[in-house]
Design a protein around this ligand. Structure first.
Ligand SMILES: Nc1ncnc2c1ncn2[C@@H]1O[C@H](COP(=O)(O)OP(=O)(O)OP(=O)(O)O)[C@@H](O)[C@H]1O
Ligand SMILES: [Mg+2]
Length: 259
């Protein structure tokens, strides 16, 4: 797999919050068409890592490259414009808006012709049609009314909307930080299937999860994060869940040479 070059890579990322070093010279790479799981204990720096990759956090040091070119996103909007869609652990949905409005937030469709280009009129009907199609394809939600405010949805359904949005708009990379944490068994299954579908379309996925069975089921490679940096990269075909946990907790020391 490593014969191709990474879609997204980072080296030596440092992010300090006062006296806490959330990222301590962290490296990262993501290859085309793979599901890369990122695992690690609470506070290891996983969310900070993906925030740095998606423009939500500006690292103090280090370099991020996309398709080999150094990039410096100053906001998630810039990362989204570059094709990186992220579902953050703390969901970034707007509760008071409807489902369709949430899906198209920040990239609303305009009406065709002069109505859209000059009068900036939104094509609400088309956005609702696409939202309905997207969500029914995913089978994540049984939503009667696409205009239902997201605040009236259950936590799991909200997570479904956020995942649907990333799947619909991610063109280069989709990053999911604990996407199944609030989901039931059936809904988690759908998200795992969605991850596979996206991978099969050629889109690389970063999946942060504490759920080892899920990680071992869908990941091609597993980035193990410990104390603010990448401790190892392992594969489900060569390592067991207990190997992964041993590296995560520091019970097993790993060579600094990364597989
Ligand atoms: N905005 C912030 N301000 C201060 N400290 C922060 C901030 N964000 C993260 N940290 C600290 O940085 C460290 C790494 O946090 P991070 O959220 O990246 O961990 P994580 O691996 O995602 O953990 P979890 O598995 O619990 O989600 C923690 O010690 C956390 O308290
Ligand atoms: Mg986190």
């Amino acid at each position: 797999m490593n014969s191709s070059s990474p879609v997204l890579e980072a080296s030596g990322l440092v992010k300090r919050y006062g006296r806490v070093t959330a990222l301590d010279r962290a490296d990262f790479d993501l290859y085309p068409g793979e599901v890369l799981a990122v695992i690690g204990d609470n506070g290891a720096g996983k969310s900070t890592l993906i925030k740095a990759l998606s423009g939500a956090v500006i690292p103090d040091e280090g370099e991020i490259r996309m398709h080999g070119k150094p990039i410096r996103f100053s906001s998630p909007i810039e990362a989204r414009a570059a094709g990186i869609e992220t579902v953050y652990q703390t969901l970034a949905v707007s509760p008071a808006l409807g489902i369709a409005d949430n899906l198209f937030l920040g990239r609303e469709l305009r009406k065709p012709g002069i109505l859209g280009s000059v009068f900036r009129m939104l094509d609400k009907a088309e956005m609702q049609r696409q939202a309905r199609q997207e969500l029914s394809e995913l089978g994540l939600l049984t939503i009667q009314n696409i205009n239902q405010a997201v605040e009236t949805l259950s936590g799991g359904q909200r997570q479904g909307v956020a995942v649907a949005r990333s799947a619909a708009f991610g063109s280069q990379v989709v990053i999911l930080d604990e996407p199944t944490a609030a989901l039931g068994v059936k809904e988690s299954r759908r998200v795992l299937n969605l991850i596979r579908q996206l991978r099969d379309k050629g889109l690389p996925i970063v999946l942060i999860s504490h759920n080892m069975p899920h990680v071992f089921e869908v990941a091609d490679r597993i980035h193990v994060h410990r104390l603010g940096r990448r401790a190892a990269v392992i594969r489900p075909v060569t390592h067991s869940m207990s190997d992964a946990v041993a590296i995560m907790t520091g019970a097993t020391e790993v060579e600094s040479d990364i597989a």
